[in-house]
Each structure stands twice: as C-alpha cells, then as structure tokens.
Design a protein around this ligand. Sequence first.
Ligand SMILES: O=c1ccn([C@@H]2O[C@H](COP(=O)(O)OP(=O)(O)O[C@H]3O[C@H](CO)[C@@H](O)[C@H](O)[C@H]3O)[C@@H](O)[C@H]2O)c(=O)[nH]1
Ligand SMILES: O=C(O)[C@H](O)COP(=O)(O)O
Length: 276
Amino acid sequence: MPPAETSADPHPGSQRVAVVIPAKEEADLVATTVRACRAIPRVDLVVVVDDGSTDGTQDHARAAGAVTVRHSVSRGKASAMETGASVVAMRDYEDGPARLLLFVDADLGDSAAACAELVPPVVDGVADMAIAVPPRQAGAGGSGRVVRAARSAITSATGWSPVAPLSGQRCLSREAYEAAAPLAEGWGVEVGLTIDVLVAGKTVIEVPCDITHRVSGNDTAGRLHRASQYRDVLRAVAGRRLRRVRVPSRVFESAAREQAHFLAYRAWPGPDTPAM
Ligand SMILES: O=c1ccn([C@@H]2O[C@H](COP(=O)(O)OP(=O)(O)O[C@H]3O[C@H](CO)[C@@H](O)[C@H](O)[C@H]3O)[C@@H](O)[C@H]2O)c(=O)[nH]1
Ligand SMILES: O=C(O)[C@H](O)COP(=O)(O)O
C-alpha cells in the first residue's frame, strides 16, 4: 500500500479529482490511459487497481505515473473500484474536501482525456454523479439485450431512463459514492450505483464523451461476456428489490415525465425528507 499523503493541503479550497482505473490484463493500453487521465484538469492522483492480472498491467501503470495496488487474484470490476476508492480516501488531505472520484476503464487509451467533460458538472454542483455516453462503438456484437435490461431496471426503481446504463466512466462526489457503498458486485456495479445514488436523493446527469473502448464482438467470448454482464445486472437488481431499495413511483412521477437526455435528473429529495 502506498504511504499516506501529508495531511496539509498545498492548495486549500480547490476541488481535486482522483481517477480510479480498475484493470485486468490491460498491459497494452493502461499506460496510455493513465497518461491521458493525468492530463485531465484538477486530477492530482491516478490509482490503478490491478485486478489479478498476469500480464504486467501493474508495472505498465506505475511506469506511466499511477499509484498502483494489486489484487493477487481477480475479484471483479466492482471490487477493484472499491479498492481504488479506499486508496483515494487514505490519500485525501485531512484539512481539505474529499477528492471527487472519476472512474475510468483501463482500455480507453488516449480517448480517456475526453472524460474531462465529466468533472465540471460535479464541481459546479449540477449533479452528484456524471456519466459518460460514448459514441456508437464500431464492432460491438451485442443486440442491446443487456443494455435494455439495465435501463429498464433503473427506470423501474427511479423513473430515470439513461442512454448508457452500463457506462463505467463516471465522476462522483465522495458522498454520492458512500451512498452506494458497498457496491453491487461484478458487472452489476453501474446499475447498482445509479439506483443507489438516485434513491439517496442525489442528482445524476449523462454527458456525451468522445471515448473509444475495446468492444466485445459476436464470437463465443463476446457472448459469454454479455451473459456474465446480464447475470450480474439481474443480481444487482434482485438484491435491491429484496431490500426495497427504490423510489416510490408516485413520488418520481413528475421527475420521470420531465426528464430529457443529457439534462440533470433527480428522482426525489431522498428518503429522510419530511412529507415523502
Ligand atoms: O474482472 C475484471 C474484469 C474487468 N476489469 C476492468 O474493468 C474495466 C471494464 O471491463 P471491460 O472488459 O472493458 O468491459 P466492457 O464489456 O467493455 O464493459 C462495459 O460494460 C461494463 C458493465 O457491464 C462497464 O463496467 C464498462 O465500463 C463498459 O465499458 C476494464 O478496465 C477492465 O480491465 C476488472 O478490473 N476486473
Ligand atoms: O458492454 C456492453 O455495452 C454490453 O456488452 C452490451 O451488450 P448488449 O448489446 O447485449 O446490450
């Protein structure tokens, strides 16, 4: 584990951002991704969590200037995100605001620079969590089944109908992150995060970002990958249904009616607000 940061904030009052990159077998792209993230305004810390890779991902990330930690065996994307968020908390300044968390996948390469667009909405208080909507990716082999299942689960629990419900590139405040911790497991993490943050009364927004990432095709590996995504999304949703983690539909009715793509969405003021 890297040593804790000194507690004195050298630039008091400025909101800083930590990038967290979960990475499994990403030796080819992780260094480029790290360099692109380091150039994002307000970023002063990039943490790569090597999730049990065997290809030297951690070494490439460290050589590119990231703080790195490693799971000795893979624990899945959500667990890598949690590890990264803990490392950031240990390095936040005692006398300053907690850093915003910017989660970025390791396979974005240079295009990770476009995730800079996710920071201003959170810094300016427009949203507690900003989510990237990528352009259509060439070669993607899915039929939209996982995306539709994820979207409809979010809509049913919160009224919101996101364009890119599985998108992993997200900037959020520490408070919004805590509202969703512990995160839903594996590939259910994005759906769980979106539902939990909205149920906590927070605001989300989608932002178009010109990013590219490796897509899974229509071969066996791609189909198996999508089957795992589907399974994890259903698990995240089932867990929340069991615990009744949702916004009552009569309460989100008007927010849902007035929503529009790329505008901020808040389902309700939160469960502790009187008269809810
Ligand atoms: O066990 C794992 C598997 C993946 N990763 C990392 O997680 C990120 C996303 O994985 P990837 O294989 O690129 O997934 P995609 O199929 O491209 O995932 C899409 O859908 C996922 C949800 O199902 C989101 O998390 C992604 O952001 C979104 O790009 C990458 O940095 C991986 O290295 C891990 O850390 N551990
Ligand atoms: O990562 C993704 O976006 C999914 O693999 C998409 O799968 P789908 O096309 O079946 O929704």
